[in-house]
Design a protein around this ligand. Structure first.
Ligand code: NAD
Length: 542
């Protein structure tokens, strides 16, 4: 009678392929890059399973070769969002009636397709559209999305511990989908997040309106093809491309808005949350709002730190994918005693980093996502160079002639409350504050109190007593806390990811915490032999 799934076994993480010279995956990826480079799809909205080519067109370009158009999508706006909501509502009854295990099989199949025949398609689209290197694309578009799909199916079957049932009574709890539709709004920087936000809600039985980032439209288009190939019924995930505000406004205006699954900037998330608050009396249910937003992620080095490990973590943590990770290391706190050695190591590592087109597999950093991001970051670099409290430590090449190449850049900053330690730049600019070795406690306070964000953070120390002290002192400073490791690279099933304070609602993507937000539990009590008297025994005599 109720949908009470038997638990699925825990899957392994999808192995990360190396793309080393001579490997079969390298050849396959290059062939797919060549194929997709020659293609320029007209990317449709997907409404009730149908491709819809309506709305003002916009070009999707390769950030590392901005003359190159790799797809054309269209702004769906308010009207397309309303059509998506109608299609979602139409699909809802049948989808909600499908047992969880049957829905899970669709996403497990999508995972296997992505691990196999779709792997290089999604990787190549992510490289071309988002300028990820082969390795960064592999860990995002292939492995992380496979892991999200498999682990969510596993977690979803284990969310409910059934209540106790005394003799004569059966108590059960089942998970229903939310009533209405969920709006999934996704960022440009992770193909895995873009796929996971609508898929996790759909897995739980919800119907979805998905608004991908304009600059991620190509990989989103191939992700839709993946879900279709896995057998996702029409209308369960409806896709509206283009500018976000009008799609957001249409969804906020619907009384059937049951939830928002958002990843992106703090500013946009706050505007959506405000929109829900302003209309709160108009909704059939209180919308569930999950938002994972910005970061100003720290690396703190104790005087006992291993400087070589610290230098590698800083360079990888700050500059992989050009610092366009919400978890990217962007502020570091280093004791004076370690600074001379660290400074030399950072300069020599940065000099090694190749910045350029990602189809050259030697590239460490591709381009930043678009012209606006490049101009914003170049503006920061120029202001920091002109700022007397900042000293340039290292700088890689910057150029926007062919692509939007922002080089790896490090500043040592004298003022620990400088804007560089507070604001998210979302690019390859790292600020370092050098503190006196005697001031470790004051430096920990700076880590905790300088920025409004609390997403990721790392400490480096060989002193176990300090590790446990700092883990306690910085307990609220990061939702994902690392010891002697870089603050990026969370793996689904291993380090459930998200942060609090200004960084979001901390609902931990790819975990049971997140999935529960997309379910509405129902408790069912059945009594085998119901009572036949109204009065209780105590009422029988005076
Ligand atoms: P963004 O906020 O600019 O855009 C995110 C999405 O919101 C896009 O699809 C965009 O079109 C849409 N949007 C914009 N305005 C809207 C509106 N008014 N209503 C509805 N939708 C609207 O973010 P971005 O530049 O794509 O991504 C980078 C940001 O995402 C960074 O701040 C980064 O830290 C954050 N991020 C956070 C996490 C995390 O897990 N915490 C992960 C990835 C990215």
């Amino acid at each position: 009678m109720l949908d009470l799934p038997s638990p699925l076994p825990c899957p392994p993480n999808e192995p990360v392929l190396t793309y080393a010279p001579g490997s079969p995956e390298r050849g396959a990826l290059k062939a797919e890059l060549a194929r997709l480079s020659g293609d320029c799809p007209d990317i449709p909205h997907v409404i009730g399973g149908e491709a819809v080519h309506e709305g003002a067109p916009f070009d999707v370009r390769s950030p590392h070769a901005h003359h190159k158009v790799i797809g054309r999508a269209r702004h769906g706006g308010h009207a397309m969002a309303e059509r998506a909501i109608s299609a979602a509502k139409k699909a809802a009854p049948e989808w909600a009636a499908m047992p969880l295990l049957a829905r899970a099989r669709i996403f497990q199949r999508a995972a296997d397709l992505l691990a196999g025949p779709f792997r290089q398609r999604l990787n190549a689209a992510t490289m071309l559209g988002q300028s990820k290197t082969a390795f960064q694309a592999e860990i995002d578009a292939a492995c992380e999305l496979v892991d999200f799909l498999r682990f969510n199916a596993y977690f979803a079957t284990r969310l409910v511990e059934q209540p106790i049932s005394p003799p004569g009574i059966v108590n059960q709890v089942e998970l229903r989908p939310l009533e209405g539709f969920v709006l999934a709004v996704t960022p440009f920087n992770f193909t895995a997040i873009a796929g996971n936000l609508p898929a996790s809600c759909a897995l739980m039985g919800n119907v979805v309106v998905w608004k991908p980032a304009e600059t991620q439209a190509l990989a989103a288009h191939h992700t839709v093809a993946l879900f279709e190939a896995a057998g996702l019924p029409k209308g369960v995930i409806n896709v509206v491309h283009g500018e976000g505000a009008s799609v957001g406004a249409a969804c906020l205006a619907s009384p059937d808005l049951a939830g928002i699954h958002f990843t992106g900037s703090t500013r946009v998330f706050q505007s959506l949350l405000r929109g829900v608050g302003e209309r709160i009396a108009s909704y059939r249910s209180y919308p569930r709002v999950v938002g994972e937003t910005g970061g100003k992620d720290f690396v703190f080095a104790h005087p006992s730190a291993d400087v070589e490990a610290l230098a590698v973590a800083l360079v990888r943590g700050a500059f992989e994918f050009s610092g366009q990770k919400c978890s990217a290391a962007s502020r570091a706190y280093v004791p004076k005693s370690l600074w001379p050695k660290l400074e030399k190591l950072l300069a020599s590592h940065v000099a090694e980093l190749r910045v350029g087109p990602v189809d050259d597999f030697r590239t460490f950093m591709g381009a930043v996502i678009d012209e606006r991001a490049y101009a914003r970051l170049a503006g920061w670099r120029d202001r920091l160079k002109a700022d007397a409290s900042c000293t340039l430590v290292a700088e890689g090449p910057w150029s926007n002639a062919e692509g939007y190449f922002a080089g790896p850049t490090i500043f040592k900053v004298g003022d620990p409350k400088h804007a560089l330690f507070q604001e998210e730049l979302f690019g390859p600019i790292l600020g370092i504050y050098v503190y006196d070795d005697a001031d470790v406690e004051a430096a920990l306070t700076l880590v905790d109190e300088t920025s409004p964000y609390a997403l990721t953070g790392a400490i480096f120390s060989e002193d176990r007593a300090f590790v446990s002290h700092a883990a306690h002192r910085l307990r609220q400073a990061a939702g994902n806390f690392y010891v002697n490791d870089k603050p990026t690279g969370a793996v689904v099933g291993q380090q459930p990811f998200c942060g609090a304070r200004g960084s979001g609602t901390n609902d931990k993507a790819g975990s049971a915490f997140n999935l529960l937000r997309w379910a509405s539990p129902r408790t069912v009590k059945e009594t085998f032999v119901p009572p036949r008297e109204v009065l209780y025994p105590s009422m029988r005599e005076a």
